[in-house]
Write a protein that binds this ligand. Sequence first.
Ligand code: HEM
Length: 146
Amino acid sequence: MELKITDGELGVRPPVTKPHPGFFAQVGEERFRKLVDDHYEMIRNSDIAFLFPIFDEEEFEQAKKNACDFFIQICGGHPYFAENRGEPRMVGRHAPFRIDEKARRRWLEFYAELLPPLEGEGVSPEYIQSFWDYIDIFSTWMINTK
Ligand code: HEM
């Protein structure tokens, strides 16, 4: 398992491969929601918190839920995001927030801390790798600020 961060660049959108369905199958929905929950809690206490709705608890919880619904769907789980929010339109949905390469790296670094412990919980390293490879590349698409 090598959770390395690819250099991202504004306007460059490399092709993405969805995570292997084995990842969500092994992690399970409950643990998956905890993963995204932990990620948002790390964000809340970080230097990229200002990008997120940290001053409104309800909005923050909703943002967390929407992000989690999307990841579950993209990982081959139930299409919660399609049901609740419609089309993915990830680039457009991120347009209101000034996301630069530095913020994207911080966002990824938190996942780089949260993913390895899953191996000790019985998730195959190659499945963890496939989730990482997906967020590593797809997150570059969200860069919209120099
Ligand atoms: C693989 C990459 C990413 C995915 C799939 C993703 C997914 C999502 C989803 C599904 C939402 C909720 C959108 C909605 O329901 O309208 C969201 C919101 C958001 N994301 Fe991301 N995101 C990614 C990367 C990032 C990065 C790198 C940043 C910045 C560091 C970021 C910042 C935000 C912010 C600020 C919100 C808005 C929270 C709110 O007010 O609702 N995202 N993201």
